[in-house]
Design a protein. Structure first.
Length: 109
């Protein structure tokens, strides 16, 4: 079990390193903090991107777009889903849901 944990930790650290290096490539962004660079590029931190993906998968599952919900059935995702505004949950299409979800995630600390 510990080797699985350390493997996941190493993967997370590698992902964060790649994210940091990629955002430093933007002109004038190399001396800014990670959060500022991501905000200026219109991107989310890794944790929010994972949550976004999980919520999109759950939306698809609930709307009949996919058969398996997989890891999205965790209580963490359910808690975030239950906090989403009604307008987001009742979005008529996946694209509208993504747009509304991004607005919510941008305001999330």
């Amino acid at each position: 079990m510990t080797s699985k944990y350390f493997r996941q930790l190493r993967q997370l650290q590698n992902s964060l390193r790649v994210q940091r290096r990629a955002t430093e490539l933007g002109k004038g962004l190399e001396h800014k903090a990670d959060g500022e660079r991501l905000r200026e590029l219109g991107l989310f931190r890794l944790e929010k991107r994972r949550l976004r993906g999980d919520l999109i998968t759950l939306y698809n599952y609930l709307k009949g777009g996919c058969r398996e919900v997989g890891s999205v059935s965790s209580p963490r995702v359910g808690q975030h889903w239950n906090r989403l505004p009604r307008e987001a949950i009742e979005s008529p299409s996946l694209e509208v849901f993504k747009r509304r979800l991004d607005e919510v995630l941008r305001d999330m600390v």
